[in-house]
Ligand binder design. Structure first.
Ligand code: GDP
Length: 641
């Protein structure tokens, strides 16, 4: 091996290399400019060895703990140096039902630890910053003064055959964004059109699965939904699903009443049906915009685009083109020539060729950016969809894309996210258990006929209570399909199938997403299960059981946090190692615990009515003669419906 290449590998001069090698005991002839390979390896290894440094002894503050993104209850208790039962009790108090082997997330663990007097730091401070859920807050943290209007990102949704594809094609062909013709038009998952000098971005990912999928990952790409309803067919199950989902994600809807060219078209009926589902158009005294169109005959499209622009103006979509670069993967596939190819919608900042990017567990350098016409772009600003190549592996739809300074950093983040995703997946548990934090039981209800659907809904309404909300996210007649599963997966919900099957694709998806589909043939059993799920989500109440009372006759010693007193039991009994409530007249002034108890100078487990006692009490209250001590314990009591 050449000495010069070895020295450049080590980033030192040849002379330095010789000196250092000599100091390490290798001899390199002063005139030689080559050394043998095995010697080179040894020299390299010894010079790259990090100098050994004694680890500094950092005093550990016992009340400070570091928590990972997720931690098993058992490990958490160990970390806190508390009995598992105490930790579980604290969790229950905060509405979290977790067993010893289950994991709790960082936020939950933090609340519990703080409750127990610990100071918490995140073990993953740096990687947290890159977590998906933070995108919204990162966007919100952008400097308000630098925000400029950006095009709206619109998704077209609706029942099958109501004309979504026809509408997307009609908009695409009649409105060309850049004004230049030619170029290959490719489906990259989104395209932009220009109307009145303003851009609109349309997602043309078929179906709304992708939309739900993205939403689940905290990436809400869609600003606005155009809900297509065929004027001759009216509101159908998927129409209702879209309405429910838009409500769930708080996304504005514009109605496109399509196929008005048809003889059977009845736009008024469509509006009436929409009103029945809580979507009030202007005719019905509401604010939802409805536009009548014919996608097939290109009628009403201008109106629709204008309404989209108008709504966007009201909603005031903005981003900082010079801020942090963030985007979302909306499409992803492997191309023979280019390797992994993904379409990204930029949501903030500007993505440029050459940028180092990371998306979920994949990373890379942007090799090329292309628009939907196959035109090469140098950069893509907010709301711009661009197909990019350069990822190390295929990112997933919904992954958040961000730029970082170096490939090393990108690799490190991708690796952390890989781990994190894994533990997150472990954490998600399905089945009828609801979300104990939000206290909602999200249900996707499917039944054989409308009659049973109604009956189930009426019975569920009877389970209404103050603490847990039963939220029917979507309801419908027919088989359980893939979109039901996705909705369940993304809302931590449960699919309930009454006298109906689950189609094979949905069964597979359910397995993959760990969604359980609960099937019933008897309404009574269905209600029983839901009732028990609701009851499990109730925060148990602490029930105080009083053992007895005694009066303080003498205070012997007062120390910080501990007092020794003498007194007399005048009701029931007082028990050692149990808490006491300290009463001064009618007022409870504090609490403590009996740590030592004596009767006639002999240690006792309890003292009973009429007996005199001496005791040591752990308390922060300064006890005085005349105070009443109430011995009690608290039990958790599960509420019922
Ligand atoms: P999608 O399933 O919602 O994407 O619906 P398509 O766009 O595939 O349309 C379903 C059928 O309705 C096709 O045969 C279309 O030609 C037809 N269609 C769509 N829009 C219109 C319209 O405005 N008028 C009429 N008469 N037919 C339409």
């Amino acid at each position: 091996m050449n000495l010069s290449s070895l020295s450049s590998q080590l980033n030192i001069s040849i002379q330095e290399l010789r000196d250092k090698a000599k100091a390490k005991g290798f001899s390199i002839s002063p005139r030689a400019n080559k050394i043998d390979n095995s010697l080179a390896k040894q020299v390299l290894a010894s010079l790259q060895e990090a100098p050994k440094v004694e680890a500094p002894a950092i005093p550990v503050d016992p009340t400070k703990i570091k928590l990972p993104g997720y931690i098993k209850v058992r490990d958490f208790a160990l970390l806190l140096d508390k009995p598992v039962t105490e930790v579980i009790k604290a969790l229950i108090k905060n509405g979290v039902m977790a067993t010893i082997n289950e994991e709790v997330d960082f936020e939950t663990a933090t609340i519990i630890a703080q409750d127990l007097g610990f100071e918490v730091e995140s073990e993953e401070e740096s990687s947290q910053e890159y977590s998906i859920g933070n995108m919204q807050s990162e966007l919100a943290a952008e400097n308000q003064d630098e925000l400029v209007p950006r095009p709206p990102i619109v998704a077209i949704m609706g029942h099958v055959d109501h004309g979504k594809t026809t509408l997307l094609d009609a908009i695409r062909t009649t409105n060309v964004a850049s004004g230049e013709s030619g170029g290959i038009t490719q489906h990259i998952g989104a395209y932009q059109v220009k109307k009145n000098g303003k851009l609109i971005t349309f997602l043309d990912t078929p179906g709304h699965e992708a939309f739900v999928e993205m939403r689940a990952r905290g990436a809400n790409v869609t600003d606005l939904i155009v809900l297509v309803v065929a004027a001759d067919d009216g509101v159908r199950p998927q129409t209702i699903e879209v309405i429910n989902r838009a409500k769930f994600t708080n996304t504005p809807i514009i109605i496109a009443i399509n196929k008005i060219d048809k003889e059977a078209a009845n736009p008024m009926r469509v509006k009436q049906e929409l009103a029945e589902h809580g979507l009030l158009t202007e005719d019905w005294g509401g604010k939802t915009v409805a536009v009548e169109i014919s996608a097939k005959q290109n009628k009403g499209l201008d109106d629709l685009l204008e309404m989209i622009l108008l709504t966007s103006e009201v909603e005031n979509y903005k981003a900082n083109p010079n801020g942090k670069t963030l985007g979302t993967v909306i499409e992803s596939h492997t191309s023979l020539g280019q390797g992994s190819v993904s379409t990204v919608i930029v949501q903030s900042g500007t993505l440029k060729v050459g940028d180092v990017i990371v998306a979920g567990a994949s990373f890379g350098r942007v090799k090329s950016l292309e628009d939907e016409k196959g035109k090469k772009l140098k950069q893509a600003g907010p709301s711009t969809p661009a197909q990019i190549s350069g990822f190390s592996e295929l990112p997933e739809v919904g992954d958040i894309v961000r730029t970082v300074a170096t490939l090393e950093e990108a690799r490190a983040i991708a690796t952390t996210l890989q781990k994190k995703n894994r533990s997150h997946k472990l954490q998600i548990k399905r089945g009828l258990q609801g979300d104990a934090n939000s206290k909602t039981l999200n249900i996707i209800l499917k039944a054989d006929v409308a009659g049973s659907l109604e009956a189930i809904k009426q019975s569920l309404a009877k389970l209404k209570n103050d603490e847990v909300t039963i939220n029917i996210l979507s309801e419908g007649v027919g088989e359980v399909n893939e979109s039901d599963i996705l909705l369940a997966a993304n809302s931590q919900g449960t699919v309930i199938a009454f006298n109906t099957k689950t189609n094979p694709k949905a069964i597979n998806l359910a397995k993959q997403k760990q969604v359980s589909v609960d099937s019933y043939e008897v309404i009574y059993e269905l209600l029983e299960d839901i009732t028990s799920a609701v009851v499990k989500m109730f925060t148990p109440e602490l029930e105080k059981v009083s053992f007895g009372k005694g009066k303080i006759l003498q205070v012997f010693r007062t120390e910080k946090g501990e007092m020794i007193i003498g007194g007399n039991v005048n009701e029931g009994e007082l028990r050692k190692n149990k808490p006491i409530a300290i009463w001064r007249g009618e007022e409870e002034v504090g609490r403590g615990e009996i740590v030592d108890l004596q009767h006639n100078k002999v240690a006792a487990k309890e003292v009973t009515n009429g007996q005199e006692f001496g005791m040591k009490i752990k308390t922060n209250v300064k006890l005085v003669v005349g105070d009443t001590l109430e011995s009690f314990e608290e039990n958790l009591k599960q509420k019922t419906l």
